[in-house]
Design a protein around this ligand. Structure first.
Ligand SMILES: *Cc1c(COP(=O)(O)O)cnc(C)c1O
Length: 342
């Protein structure tokens, strides 16, 4: 059976690098949404907690309920307002005033402020009304945050948005004082913004996903970083045959044998979330061998007859090949593929 191997030492190496950048383990929130970017939700929650991380971000309430035992704070980034209250360590991100009005009293919330991404968040002009509403409706404001749109890019956009965030924080603090409300956590950085920061961060913590798994898309003109990919994908042999000179293998017969060769199929395909390679290019697997012909729904073909093959231990070349980002290659891997720690 195909299996995903999680290298614990690499995950800890990345968490160490990032928590030092942030100024301590308590200043790092591990983003484990979407099945921990395909790495396995509970497994990565357990490892993050073992390392000493006490805060995590997930996508849904369902994910939060699976991992709340491991953390002091679990922030749900992209789910709908709940109809009842959950434990004290579970909070919901609030993305608009309209959305806020649907939360039951006493809900734990982190308020998203729009500082320029214009995807989610309340505007600066509504901030006061929003905070008054939070106070009057006895919602528990645990955090105020924002998200940067251009932290990877080689231009000044990040700095512009960080200035907006500074203003938003300042203004929030003034209003909170006026309303005699408690100071919540402030947070803004994702992986790239944290990696680009120098000498710690002013916020209470950073929310890091992709870099904890060993990747960054920060423009190489800015800097490169010592991150270690955490996931490897191993596949196992289903069947073996001789492909004779002139025969073709797989859908469309895209791969033509120039001479007799032994070929085998392996147990992963696009139905398992591995990208559907069309067999026309020169996509290499971890050991440099080529995938022969098109990837099928449940299998793919490689020369030889080894029982187990490492398909990848780094997805940078896959994401470049498919003109996407490492996030997409990783999150697509289906939850039914077995995950193991090494
Ligand atoms: C996914 C997400 C993150 C993590 O981003 P990375 O680039 O993976 O570090 C941080 N904050 C929010 C709001 C997110 O949705």
């Amino acid at each position: 059976m195909a299996r995903i191997v999680i290298k614990k030492s690499s995950y800890f190496h990345n968490l160490d690098l990032l928590s030092k950048k942030a100024g301590g383990k308590d200043k790092l929130m591990a983003v484990i949404k979407d099945n921990a970017y395909g790495h396995g939700l509970e497994l990565m929650a357990q490892l993050a907690s073992e390392f000493g991380i006490s805060k995590a971000a997930v996508k849904t309430l369902e994910e939060a309920l699976h991992v709340e035992q491991f953390f002091k704070e679990v922030l749900i980034l992209a789910d709908h307002p709940p109809t009842e209250l959950y434990s004290q360590n579970i909070s919901f991100a609030v993305h608009s005033f309209e959305f806020l009005k649907k939360f039951p009293k006493k809900s734990n919330i982190h308020l998203n402020i729009d500082t320029g991404m214009h995807r989610n968040g309340v505007g600066m002009s509504e901030l006061k009304d929003v905070l008054i509403y939070i106070k009057e409706n006895a919602l528990n404001l645990k955090g105020i945050f924002t998200h940067f749109r251009s932290a990877d890019d080689f231009n000044s956009e990040l700095f512009w948005q960080q200035e907006n965030w500074k203003k938003a924080k300042k203004e929030s603090l003034v209003i909170l004082k006026e309303l005699e409300m408690k100071r919540p956590f402030f947070h803004s950085c994702n992986s790239s913004a944290l990696l680009r920061s120098k000498g710690g961060i002013e916020d209470d913590f950073a929310r890091c996903g992709i870099a904890t798994y060993g990747y960054t898309h920060i423009d190489k003109n800015i800097a490169t970083f010592d991150l270690q990919p955490v996931m490897s994908l191993y596949v196992n042999r289903l069947s073996t045959r001789v492909l004779k000179k002139g025969q073709k293998v797989g859908y469309g017969g895209v791969h033509l044998a120039q001479n007799d060769k032994i070929i085998s199929t392996y147990d992963i395909g696009y139905g398992d979330g591995f990208f559907r390679y069309d067999g026309l290019g020169d996509l290499a697997i971890a050991n440099g061998q080529k995938i022969l012909g098109r990837v099928s729904m449940d299998s793919l073909c490689i020369e030889g007859d080894r029982d187990e093959i490492c398909l990848f231990n780094d997805v940078n070349n896959l994401s470049a090949y498919f003109n996407t980002i490492t996030y997409e290659i990783l999150t697509k891997l289906m939850p039914w593929i077995k995950r193991e720690v090494e």
